[in-house]
Write a protein that binds this ligand. Structure first.
Ligand SMILES: [Ca+2]
Ligand SMILES: [Ca+2]
Length: 439
């Protein structure tokens, strides 16, 4: 090293030393106390917390942590930026370092927990902008702490692919169930979209003999709001989250993946609200006894989700007297050759129906809302069915043969779309009078 270099090095050392002296305006941390020095964090109202006080003379990054006999360190605060001033904060024996157990399809997390009973060294540490660090420490004893974590045991979301579209498949709703291991102060179950953290959909627990906060089995049934006439959350990847905390400060969270697809309310219409009644004149059809009332109509899927349907297929002919004597349209479904076709009334299935004013039951004659060539056969984990896809139209036609006269005269007849078990989607379409005369 030559003389100049040595000189510059000495100067640099001097300057850095001066710098420290110039900015080091007395102690950074003052009046640090932790009192009381013995607590019982069990939420019984008696010395559950201690108060940590300190005074900061300059802006600094502050950490507060606790160490046990083994030297394990538990942070209460870690590198928090603080302005000069007096601080006081309560500590209830809780550490906030999350422990996450990850597995396929979810996580189990401990967000915070009460530390085990015992003696701990506490440390308040501050580092100012010149990297001066000061620490003050002491000891505190924890006894009779409530260290039992609340657990959402067996937290299960079924199914994991959720298609909330009221088609009657098991994927129309999600069941969320778990066993709560201890009484908690608060429990929440909700849906979040990881890509839009602001979106949080709360899910309410169904009827139960115990309160949501009480230990025991809990079950939630979630239809995505479709059952309440709302649109479900948009299709996408979600997390079902269960979060619980007790009064002592133990807090846990579980998450499970949930995919929403084909979600939405089903909407179908008879195009133009018109049924093409055969042989209709001025809204009257006259049919001799033994002959048929025939029609055709076009049904369109006006919604965003596939609409489930099933036979009897267009072209099916009903016998008026014989089928009505069975008091429902299922006479055709009950025929030996049709028994394995699931043509009986089925929740979630749409059918086109014909009704008349003296029927005494709703829509005794029903057909699929399109021919198989108008539909798609979709297969899911829960089963397979025929669907009229969004934007598509189906042709329906059929006949009712009057093997006997209907009760009354000048009877009104009309068509409708039935969403079975969910009510009449579309009623009183294109009413006519049908007169059944002598043979
Ligand atoms: Ca206590
Ligand atoms: Ca569904």
């Amino acid at each position: 090293m030559n003389k100049n270099a040595l000189y510059i090095t000495l100067l640099a050392l001097l300057l850095s030393g001066c710098g420290r002296l110039n900015f080091n305006l007395g102690p950074l941390l003052r009046d640090v106390t932790v009192a009381p020095d013995q607590i019982s964090p069990n939420a019984d109202g008696d010395t559950d917390v201690t108060e940590i006080r300190y005074n900061l003379s300059r802006s600094a990054y502050v950490s507060i942590f606790f160490e046990n006999d083994e030297g394990d360190r538990f942070y209460f605060r870690k590198d928090r930026r603080r302005s000069p001033g007096s601080y006081r904060v309560q500590w209830g024996g809780v550490m906030d370092e999350p422990e996450v157990e990850e597995f396929e399809g979810g996580t189990n997390e401990i967000l915070s927990r009460v530390l085990a009973d015992g003696q701990y060294n506490w440390v308040v540490q501050a580092t100012d902008d010149n990297a001066n660090t000061e620490t003050v420490g002491g000891t505190i004893t924890l006894e009779n702490g409530d260290t039992e974590l609340p657990r959402l045991e067996g937290f299960a979301v079924v199914p994991t692919v959720f298609r909330p579209n009221l088609d009657g498949m098991r994927d129309d709703w999600v069941s969320i169930s778990y066993n709560l291991s201890k009484e908690v102060n608060n429990i929440q179950v909700f849906l979040i979209d990881p890509e839009r953290p602001g979106v949080k959909v709360h899910i309410a627990e169904g009827a139960n003999t115990i309160e949501p906060e009480e230990p025991g089995n809990h079950t939630y049934k979630y239809f995505g709001g479709v059952d309440l006439n709302a649109e479900p959350p948009p299709d996408g990847e979600y997390l079902v989250v269960g979060e619980a905390n007790d009064l002592a400060g133990n807090r846990v969270r579980v998450t499970r993946a949930l995919t929403i697809e084909m979600g939405g309310r089903p909407r179908a219409d008879v195009v133009q609200g018109e049924i093409d009644w055969a042989l209709e004149t001025n809204r009257v059809v006259s049919v001799p006894l033994g002959q048929k009332l025939c029609f055709s109509a076009i049904v369109k899927n006006e919604g965003e989700v596939p609409i489930r349907t099933n036979g009897p297929w267009p072209g099916q002919e009903y016998l008026f007297a014989e089928d009505l004597s069975y008091q429902n349209y299922n006479y055709v479904a009950a025929l030996r050759e049709n028994r394995d076709k699931y043509w009986f009334e089925q929740p979630g299935v749409f059918r086109f129906g014909i009704n008349f004013s003296t029927a005494g039951l709703n829509f005794p004659f029903r057909w699929a809302i399109g021919r198989q060539e108008d539909l798609e056969w979709l297969e899911f984990e829960e089963g397979a069915a025929w669907y009229l896809m969004p934007g598509e139209a189906g042709l329906v036609d059929g006949c009712i043969r009057f093997d006997g006269p209907p009760p009354g005269t000048n009877i009104l007849w009309w068509g409708g779309l039935i969403h079975e078990a969910y009510g009449h989607h579309n009623d009183l379409i294109d009413r006519i009078t049908v007169n059944v005369g002598a043979e």
